[in-house]
Design a protein around this ligand. Structure first.
Ligand code: SF4
Length: 622
């Protein structure tokens, strides 16, 4: 501040992540964006939360205090899927755990209120705020919690990616508009007194209001047993479905949920960025490294994953049940221009340790390089069906030629030797769109130029019911993709592999289904390196299933869903690593329960330790 001649900052921006000046880190992205609009931004990264001193590093801000718990929810950052404490944190110096509090948004908001007083507007955002904007199931307390805007007592909650709505908030606050009058900004959540609700509706007569079941209804518990009531669980699933139906920036729909004497109001989502806006934001003057104060502690591990990667697209129309990206980024894809991608690649080539390889050009899903269909540009995504589930929509358009064009353009940048794809490929989208020629052309490009030995794909399961609950494609799509990949690989004379990811314990997965998966792994000679376990994180369809036991998706009529919990969850996890001698007892138990002891010789006999890795001569999975 002294060097810049500032007597005060406009915004104090508090975050649970360490500061990495790179566009993959929300703190840097927004900080640089605000700076580019002329605001003075003071970043308070990972403050001590038992005192207010760190919050006051820059004094009281002139406009507002903004708070994010970081790139991921603070509870996910602290605890594993089995609720065990994690010792590490890739978003902290040296990967050290424990540098942010549990429920960081609430704690930071309390300290900020103490530090700056009530007169300083308090705005929360980031993934934790976004996915907890309405009443939500919280795995760690095994309770439904009310909207986090009430628990933090924040004035405004920004949900989604946040750039456009944050700029509008700052602009209006800078014009001296009181924070309690900023009721109409898309992509925000506010709360008002229930006494003022009728007047509020009258003021916004050009909007539709959808009233969700109240917090008290969705959180209802039996007074004697203290377990959630079936009525409450159904109300929760209904509220969730109403959210799903209204995630469209083109609909003027406001969601309203009463919670005690307050009404939480979720404004419609903010529109997606234009390509020019996206290019501009990605090309702000990031240093693409961590703050120098972290150097002595070994830096920030999370940077390694993205330092030489380029974000080319945003949004996801995959709608996998276990993923919250659709709820956060929306289903409408925004992509960047080729010129902008090339400029970013050029910048990466100047980094000191750059070895010539761009590690990734992608986004939430690598090959979603453009909107799913033209309708999304003018009316948003369909509210009554998903783009890829249960089958790919016939209106899907092929964005693979555009992807190849982008990859080829980046490869022409001087000093770039190879351009890889590390973001996941959605193979059903590849196989269902465009001509045979276009598909083969993409596959050849992929295999010949963009795989660094291993290509990650995410079938997640092979059992039809489990896949249906996950919203993932049928296994036949996966097998067709594998055949195609290995045939093309063989022709190219390369040695490279597809590495599939599978989830254990996802809602809708029975123990029988888990045995099927173990058998499939045995037959295809594949040994997963890591077992991914289902994690009921806030805001996902699967978490709604986990809590309610019902399928909230449109067209599923709140059908009951099997939820693996407790011992069954452990057995399902063990089945994924059935060949690990430590799991022998658990696998045996699972085979007995499912009456499939005929599989003992196959899964636990002498064959289990003779599992060769796939060789380049293998051209099919079975
Ligand atoms: S028409 Fe098909 S591709 Fe387009 S939004 Fe609807 S479901 Fe998705």
């Amino acid at each position: 501040m002294e060097r810049r001649g500032w007597d005060a900052v406009d915004i104090v921006f508090v975050s649970g992540d360490a500061y990495v000046d790179h566009p993959s880190f929300g703190l840097a992205l927004l900080g640089r964006l605000f700076e580019s609009h002329g605001y003075r931004v003071g970043i308070v990264a990972q403050p001590r939360w038992d005192r207010i001193d760190d919050f006051l590093t820059f004094g009281v801000p002139r406009i507002c205090c903004m708070i994010s718990s970081g790139n991921i929810d603070s509870m996910v950052s602290h605890y594993t899927a089995n609720n065990k404490v994690r010792n590490d944190d890739p978003y902290s110096p040296g990967g050290q755990g424990g540098l942010r509090p549990d429920r960081a948004l609430i704690t930071y908001s309390n300290r900020a209120k103490q530090a700056f007083g009530k007169q300083t507007p308090l705005i929360i955002g980031g993934l934790e705020a976004s996915l907890r904007r309405l009443a939500h199931y919280d795995f760690w307390s095994d309770r439904v919690r009310r909207s986090i805007i009430l628990d933090t007592r924040a004035d405004l909650l920004v949900y989604g990616m946040g750039e456009l709505q944050s700029i509008e908030i700052l602009f209006r606050l800078a014009k001296q508009e009181p924070i309690n009058t900023l009721l109409d900004i898309p992509g925000t959540t506010i709360n008002i007194s229930s006494k003022d609700f009728d007047q509020y509706i009258q003021q916004r007569s050009n909007y539709n209001f959808v009233t969700l079941p109240t917090y008290e209804q969705v959180a209802e518990r039996d007074k004697q047993s203290n377990i959630p009531t079936a009525k409450g669980q159904k109300a929760y699933a209904e509220a969730f479905q109403l959210q799903l139906r209204n995630e469209n920036p083109f609909n003027k729909t406001i969601l309203a949920q009463a919670s005690g004497d307050r009404i939480v109001l979720v404004n419609p989502p903010m529109r997606p960025l234009t390509q020019t806006e996206f290019d501009t934001i990605q090309e702000l003057p990031y240093q693409r490294t961590w703050h120098p104060t972290y150097e002595a502690k070994g830096g920030i591990p999370a940077l390694a994953e993205v330092q030489y990667s380029i974000t080319s697209n945003r949004g996801c129309f995959g709608s996998c049940s276990f993923c919250a990206i659709t709820s956060h980024q929306g289903r409408i894809i925004t992509n960047r221009s080729i010129a902008s991608l090339k400029r970013e690649a050029k910048k990466i080539t100047t980094l000191s340790n750059f070895k010539g390889n761009i590690h990734d050009v992608g986004g939430p899903t690598a090959n979603f390089q453009d909107v799913a269909c033209q309708q999304q540009k003018t009316a948003g995504p369909c509210q009554n069906r998903m783009c890829l589930y249960p089958e790919p929509c016939p209106n899907l358009q092929d964005s693979h030629p555009a992807y190849i064009e982008r990859l080829e353009a980046i490869a022409t940048v001087p000093n770039v030797k190879r351009v890889f794809i590390r973001s996941g490929i959605r193979y059903d989208y590849l196989l269902a769109t465009g001509s045979e020629k276009s598909r083969q052309r993409f596959m050849e490009h992929l295999v010949n130029h963009h795989v660094s030995g291993q290509l990650r794909v995410a079938p997640e399961h092979i059992n039809p019911e489990a896949l249906a609950a996950m919203g993932k494609p049928k296994v036949a799509w996966y097998e067709q993709f594998l055949d195609n990949f290995y045939e093309t690989t063989k022709r190219s004379g390369k040695e490279q592999y597809c590495i599939p990811y599978f989830i254990a314990g996802h809602p809708g997965t029975t123990l029988e289904a888990a045995v099927d998966l173990a058998l499939y792994l045995q037959k295809t000679h594949f040994v997963p390196e890591q077992v991914q376990e289902f994690y009921p994180t806030p805001g996902t369809i699967a978490t709604c299933m986990y809590f309610s036991g019902l399928d909230p998706r449109i067209g599923h009529d709140f059908a009951p869903v099997h939820i693996p919990k407790g011992r069954e969850r452990r057995l399902q996890r063990a089945l994924l690593h059935y060949n690990n001698p430590e799991n022998k007892k658990l696998v045996l138990e699972a085979l007995k329960i499912t009456k499939r002891t005929n599989l003992i010789p196959i899964l636990l006999g002498s064959k289990r330790n003779k599992l060769p890795q796939r060789t380049k001569n293998d051209t099919s999975p079975s």
